[in-house]
Design a protein. Sequence first.
Length: 344
Amino acid sequence: MGLKILITGGLGYIGAHVCAVLHQKGYRIVLMDNLSNSFLQMYHQLITLLGEQSLEFEKKDISRPDEVKELFRKHSDIKGVIHLAALKSVNQSIAQPLSYYHNNVGGLITLLSEVKSKNIPFLFSSSCTVYGQADQLPIKENTSLKPSFSPYGFTKQVGEQIIKDTAKANDSFKAMSLRYFNPIGAHPSSLIGEWPIGEPQNLVPYITQVGIGKRKELKIFGDTYDTTDGTCIRDYIHVMDLAEAHVLGLETLFSSNSNHYVYNVGLGKGVSVKEMVSRFEKVSERPIKYKISKARKGDVPIAYADASRIRHQLNWQPKYSINDALLSAWNWEKYLHSNNDHKE
Ligand code: NAD
Ligand code: UD1
């Protein structure tokens, strides 16, 4: 039987895909989620995809020490933790900083207090937001970090620092922070994908909802940036390739002697918002109505990764193109649309 891995935030967008890849590689899985930003239906989707016996679900909150302790008592055979549970809205974090610090930083500390002495590898989902507008492009792991625009961004910077300090103080605690660029797309089965509650805040789910007719038009946040077409440039990466990086990361922590790592995870290709719209129109054969609206506060003009460290050290080889990812996001949106009972 495979090793048992805990995925916090496992019913969220990235967690569900990590779960699918871990299962495929033979791991046993415990998902922990408080459903603050996901649907219980995602659990049923995962069961449909992976089978009844594939995972155990615990509805628990990482910021509650009693619930975290209880989980580790019940699953004393957990051999690794992939920590994705966090609140992730930049705007909401500006309006409600305390709940972001409590959830994202407090939750991390609660979890680490339980994990650090157990000799269990720990993977943390960080973000390219830690770089702000980088001085150097493509962005390398040693590109200097900038003070964050938002409490959300600070929770990722502080989270990484807490993990680094904990690893420094405990040789047996092995940890890795993955700095995701922009994950998009869905599982090839179309049974799981990005499922925002309410109005999407990220680009691709907004585009797919316009494509399906759920939203009238996309608002492009600014077209006067100093970029090829005036719209922001990002590094979009298929969520399945990102999920693969987690498994490689975990396996590295199992076998390595070093105990702290940081990796960028991106394709390394910068694509503008307008280009994403036209790529989507091409793969979906649907026109996307958009209007230019004012720039969103805190958006950096350009961010794309130098991901050579993870490619070379972990032999991570992304398999999907941006168009593959857009098509899979579109297939997922169509699936959601045709299964009305699964909709919010
Ligand atoms: P998501 O919101 O879809 O998933 C997060 C999950 O965590 C949700 O299911 C939510 O219910 C759960 N959760 C939140 N607080 C919790 C708590 N206190 N206890 C238990 N469960 C809790 O987000 P996602 O896109 O899957 O992101 C996962 C992680 O990756 C987050 O840490 C996020 O900050 C990070 N990240 C995401 C992106 C992105 O573009 N999606 C980019 C960079 C980093
Ligand atoms: C955003 C967050 C980032 C977080 C990530 C995951 C901000 C400033 N950044 O990244 O910290 O880690 O999500 O949650 O919120 N766009 C539009 N119209 C839309 C939506 C987006 O034009 O309706 C544009 C944005 O201006 C941006 C690009 O599309 O240029 C990508 O946006 P998004 O998907 O929200 O990702 P990020 O802003 O890169």
